[in-house]
Design a protein around this ligand. Structure first.
Ligand code: PGA
Length: 230
């Protein structure tokens, strides 16, 4: 299983350091095959040097460096040995306004750099209510321009209506969607959307769920560890 913590715009450099300091000693208890990823805000990136977890960037601009005011490129990530990135999160697509073309450009660039990419896809409630066929048409459209044969990538399925809402997709919905997705991309497949201590067991049990991407429940070391050590 993969356990990925997405802090979004939460935590500071100081509190991230404290968080990781508390997390690290507990990770000796995890299953050695499990992988833990932490995506802190950009200001908290550093070379934390742990064999037990990997730190990645929530976002970056697809350039080495240059004149892109307010953005961070590969040069800034490499300073901290960061070579893992989240691409396509629904908050970046819907709030920041990244188009599929922007997302595909980013994917191609970071693929070229050999980054490990956690690529997020997900449908709105409106699409979900139309049924699984509409959901799959939407999800497949989010692979437009994406080289799904790239070795170093993981897909995160995150229904938008389940993100930060406390409403998790049902086990049946996750099962049906993940089974269909595995036929489209044969890559590790994470589920995201209100994953927490109370539902990790049933979600982790779903056949094609290879891990979870967690926002809210990842913000405290204790609640994230409830997932990692469940
Ligand atoms: P959530 O966020 O766990 O708070 O629903 C998940 C995500 O957006 O990655």
């Amino acid at each position: 299983m993969i356990y990925a913590a997405n802090f979004k715009t939460n935590h500071t450099r100081q509190s991230t350091r404290e968080y990781l300091g508390k997390l690290q000693p507990q990770l000796s208890k995890k299953n050695p095959n499990d992988k833990v990823y932490i995506f802190p805000p950009l200001t908290a990136l550093d070379d934390y040097e742990s064999a037990d977890f990997r730190v990645g960037a929530q976002n970056a601009y697809p350039v080495e460096n240059g004149a892109f005011t307010g953005e961070v490129g590969v040069e800034q990530l490499t300073e901290f040995n960061i070579n893992t990135i989240l691409i396509g999160h629904s908050e970046r697509r819907d709030i920041i306004g990244e188009s599929q073309e922007d997302v595909a450009k980013k994917f191609a660039f970071f693929k070229e750099q050999g980054f490990e990419i956690i690529y997020c896809i997900g449908e709105s409630l409106e699409v979900r209510e139309e049924g699984i066929e509409a959901v799959m048409t939407h999800l497949v459209s989010q692979f437009e321009g994406i080289d799904t044969s790239y070795d170093n990538f993981v897909v995160a399925y995150e229904p938008i209506w389940a993100i930060g809402t406390g409403r998790t997709a049902s086990v049946d919905e996750i099962t049906e969607t993940h089974n269909a997705l595995k036929k489209v991309v044969d890559k590790p497949l994470l589920y995201g959307g209100s994953v927490k201590g109370a539902n990790i067991k049933e979600i982790a049990h779903v056949e094609n769920v290879d891990g979870v991407l967690v926002g809210g429940a990842s913000l405290k070391t204790e609640t994230f560890l409830e997932l990692v050590l469940h």
